[in-house]
Ligand binder design. Structure first.
Ligand code: ZN
Length: 372
């Protein structure tokens, strides 16, 4: 059964996609949906076919009819892109281009357009032998697949199933639309989804519908770039809505103290009093500039702290303890600086901070002399 499928589904989803028209100039735009050239390029990469050798393979691949469902159109975005910065661009007559005004190596600024956060369902329909060949390649690609440009990485597996369908329309209606978790509440699922379906003449004397569009994206060869036209019919299809794949995970508890809370300020003052205005770690006297308290737990943070949740520390010891906590990625329960097991680590971190500070001071003192 699996070997006789006439249709293959591809899911194209990622932070960025770029389905270029054939422009090779400074401004490179993207089409609103994957092009046949882009999809067959992706398949050739998965098969490990080089651009120069693609022509032979494209003969069979071009026979596959392609339909695209726009599940999420995405937003258009321009990227600032430079070519030749630092190493230079070659002139036609040889040598490297130099900018007239600055006499430095010329850098070309090229504008590239992307579709952000788009999602497409592509159906390829044709001979089952070709379909199986493509499926095998996409399941175990020789070179990594990309969404139109090499920098555009897919965020979900590209292979999205196969089946037998009388036409591309039926195929594109078969796979349900999948909401994201954030869309479950509040966002109503689309009633119909826009689709771009390749028009195939049912007979030799059939006439294409008058509203069909011409896309020059049938790749005959990638190197040199040769593209032929095909006809595309725009339609919209009603689809089922699936349940979201993502599971709801509650956010991790984020410890946060309400430093302006008056109850908390009261507790802080009580703790300094209790510790006789000394750092519990290094025993340095606390001044209004150096005194801090350490939360040994954030379980009651935000104004509900008890005296026992806090310890008096000088700023240096507090910085050292905080650095250790960040390094360990601790949760609500934190370091109690009075526990002997933390002693060596806190001493080490204090020394690192002092060494770093003196290095910074020396650097600042040295720099004006070095300039002279
Ligand atoms: Zn201290």
């Amino acid at each position: 059964m699996a070997g006789t499928a006439n249709t293959l589904f591809l899911r194209l989803e990622g932070p960025l996609q770029a389905w270029g028209d054939t422009s090779k100039f400074v401004i490179r735009r993207t089409m609103e949906a994957p092009t046949k050239s882009g999809i067959l390029g992706l398949i050739c990469a998965a098969m490990g076919v080089r651009r120069l050798d693609a022509r032979q393979h494209l003969k069979d691949l071009n026979k596959l009819a392609m339909g695209v469902r726009i599940d999420r159109p995405g937003a258009r975005w321009w990227d600032y892109h430079t070519v030749g910065a630092g190493y230079g661009l070659l002139k036609a007559e040889g040598g490297i281009k130099i900018t007239g005004t600055t006499k430095t190596i010329e850098t070309l600024v090229s504008r590239r357009e992307y579709l952000c956060d788009a999602s497409f369902l592509v159906a390829l329909r044709g001979q089952s032998e070709t379909i199986q060949h493509v499926k095998t390649a996409l399941e175990d690609p020789k070179w990594p697949p990309f969404l139109g440009r090499k920098s555009c990485v897919p965020s979900v597996p590209i292979m999205a199933g196969q089946g037998n369908f009388p036409g591309l329309k039926e195929a594109l209606q078969y796979i349900p639309w999948q909401p994201r978790l954030v869309e479950v509440d509040g966002v109503s699922p689309p009633g119909e989804l826009p689709c771009l379906i390749e028009w195939q003449a049912p007979s030799d004397d059939a006439i294409a519908p008058s509203d069909a569009e011409v896309w020059y994206d049938v790749p005959i060869s990638f190197d040199p770039s040769v593209h032929w036209p095909r006809l595309i019919v725009r339609t919209s299809l009603k689809v089922h809505v699936d349940s979201p794949t993502q599971q709801h995970t509650p956010p991790a508890p984020r410890p946060q103290a309400a430093y302006e809370d008056s109850v908390y300020k009261q507790r802080q003052a009580e703790r300094w009093q209790h510790d006789q205005h000394l750092c519990v770690f290094c025993k340095a006297p606390l001044t209004p500039h150096t005194r801090t308290v350490q939360h040994i737990t954030y379980r009651r943070a935000g104004g509900g702290e008890t005296m026992d949740d806090l310890r008096s520390l000088c700023r240096l010891c507090h910085d050292a303890v905080t650095m250790i906590e960040y390094g360990l990625g601790m949760g609500l329960d934190r370091i109690n600086p009075e526990e002997p097991r933390w002693r060596d680590e806190i001493i080490k971190k204090r020394k690192e901070i002092i060494d770093f500070r003196s290095l910074e001071t020396r650097r600042r003192r040295l720099s004006p002399e070095e300039v002279e």
